[in-house]
Design a protein around this ligand. Structure first.
Ligand SMILES: Cc1cc2nc3c(=O)[nH]c(=O)nc-3n(C[C@H](O)[C@H](O)[C@H](O)COP(=O)(O)OP(=O)(O)OC[C@H]3O[C@@H](n4cnc5c(N)ncnc54)[C@H](O)[C@@H]3O)c2cc1C
Length: 461
């Protein structure tokens, strides 16, 4: 199956300094420190200056601390979800979204702690609950609490109550903006810790920065996209219900994307519509400036996108993501495991190895329901002519005469095809969650360290 290439270019040639593990670690360390600093800043200013109002009690101070920490954590969410590339690149966009989810839980828990302590120990300070009679700034605090609680509930229950993804997103952004505005107005209106000129400026300054993030992601970024449209030049059926759209830049092309990265794509809607979806760029950067995305219909919008006719205008926002061979300069080979449409980031990485004539061995284990739905079957065979690629198809239902693997990918399948020397190679996984979960478990049992396993998640929320 594999042919050793004659010529090859040194993989190091394609590694950017930013992908060096030490630089990635430094980046990650910087952002984590910056995050803690943002949370700590209000406490530092309030506790070290002359701004502190006379103490009322430990529980009162605890409640106020929870309130300020909640507001800082909430503000950080706008940066986390604002698609800021320097922030997401050390971690990967999917990890950042997981982080966003857990921090949001933390922020809402702190808000409830803030309100709960006041409710149980200082109830008179809350005044009347009736918004028609209550002080406006206290009503706004309660409105913020309700908005953020609703954000968590709608996100956690979205799939169970079958809330349409697009409408969930509209509700999510609206609740976040209203809740944050109400929370800031609450702090400024109550004024206990923000009445002095300096602390008031701190809160207003911090708010301006966070509003800047919102304007950047919801206004400036879409505006930039409208000046840089793309044109769909072809739509090819790859088999298995996957269609590859090739796009030509009509404005500024994407620069410097790494194989395996993804972009947000919108076709048939303006960049402001929030009807954009993430898709892997399935061509290698070495083949730019045209890019391709390979889409499988999994819902309404992807079903519509696979029918796109050449000539349609598209908007592309990217690149994002870290599922890339370029982050593995020192690897001696690669194990790639894909299930269904999870093949797209794998294909992008294989295209890069192919066009660079990279001699390193790759073992691809590729799971599908039947042979008919295997996407990129011929393309994979073509790539295997050029690089040292071993392809292992694993089919749930097999055709007559099939001699390959049957069933699902499990430890026995992996043991049969992964030689001992591959344990130290990077293992790149993309596919349905039950498949990747089972594969990770099996690989760990086989002695592959967690650090050697990289996962691309197609379901960020
Ligand atoms: C990093 C990444 C790379 C991806 N690459 C590919 C690819 O190369 N090829 C491919 O076919 N699919 C890919 N996907 C999946 C693709 O984005 C979804 O299948 C698509 O968004 C479904 O939209 P829909 O309206 O058709 O389905 P819906 O029924 O609306 O949604 C189905 C599910 O897809 C998810 N989803 C929908 N819209 C979005 C969105 N805007 N952002 C995040 N998740 C969303 C939600 O969990 C939703 O429940 C990728 C996803 C991610 C996160």
């Amino acid at each position: 199956m594999s042919k050793a290439p004659q010529l090859h270019q040194k993989p190091e040639k394609f590694i950017r300094t930013a992908d060096h593990p030490a630089v990635v670690l430094l980046h990650a360390g910087f952002w984590l420190t910056a995050g803690f600093a943002v949370i700590a800043l209000p406490f530092f200013v309030l506790l070290t200056g002359d701004f502190r109002p006379p103490p009322i009690g430990v529980l009162w101070d605890f409640s106020m601390g929870c309130g300020f920490a909640a507001l800082s954590l909430t503000a950080i969410q706008f940066a986390l979800t604002g698609r800021i590339r320097v922030l997401t690149s050390p971690f990967g966009a999917d990890i950042v979204y997981v982080f966003h989810r857990f921090l949001s839980w933390g922020a809402v828990a702190l808000m409830f702690a803030h309100f709960g302590v006041l409710y149980f120990w200082y109830e008179p300070a809350l005044g009347v609950l009736n918004p028609l009679k209550a002080r406006w700034e206290l009503t706004l605090g309660r409105l913020a609490l309700l908005c953020f609680a609703a954000l968590i509930v709608t996100s956690e229950l979205r799939k169970r109550v079958k809330l349409d993804y697009h409408w969930w997103r509209v509700i999510h952004v609206s609740l976040a903006v209203i809740g944050f505005a109400a929370a800031v107005a609450h702090v400024l209106g109550v004024g206990k810790y923000s009445a002095m000129e300096d602390t008031r400026s701190l809160w207003i300054g911090v708010t301006v920065v966070w509003v800047g993030f919102i304007l950047w992601s919801r206004l400036v970024r879409p505006l930039v996209q409208t000046f840089n449209p793309w044109r769909v030049v072809s739509n090819e059926d790859e088999g298995g219900g996957v269609h590859t759209l090739t796009l030509r830049p009509e404005g500024r092309p994407l620069t410097a994307w790494r194989p395996g990265q993804f972009a947000w794509l919108s076709i048939g809607h303006s960049p402001w519509s929030m009807k954009e979806h993430p898709f892997t760029i399935s061509t290698a950067p070495d083949r730019g400036p045209q890019i391709s995305v390979s889409i499988k219909a999994l819902g309404d919008d992807s079903g519509r996108l696979i029918k796109t006719q050449p000539g349609a205008v598209a908007y592309v926002d990217g690149p994002f993501g870290t599922f890339s061979i370029d982050r593995e300069a020192a690897a001696e080979g690669f194990v790639m495991v894909a299930g269904g449409v999870g093949i797209t980031p794998v294909i992008a990485n294989l295209h890069a190895l192919q066009s660079r004539k990279d001699p390193r061995p790759v073992i691809l284990i590729y799971a599908n329901a039947t042979l008919d739905v295997v996407a990129f079957r011929d393309e994979l065979d073509r790539i295997a002519q050029d690089i040292d690629l071993t392809i292992v198809h694993v089919l749930e239902e097999v055709p007559d005469g099939w001699t390959g693997e049957t069933g699902r990918i499990d430890e026995a399948v992996l043991e049969r095809h992964l030689p001992d020397r591959s344990r130290s190679w990077p293992h790149m996984l993309c596919g349905p969650a039950p498949m990747t979960g089972a594969v990770i478990k099996a690989l760990r049992k086989m002695g592959v360290s967690a650090r050697q396993i990289d996962l691309e998640v197609f379901d960020m929320v």
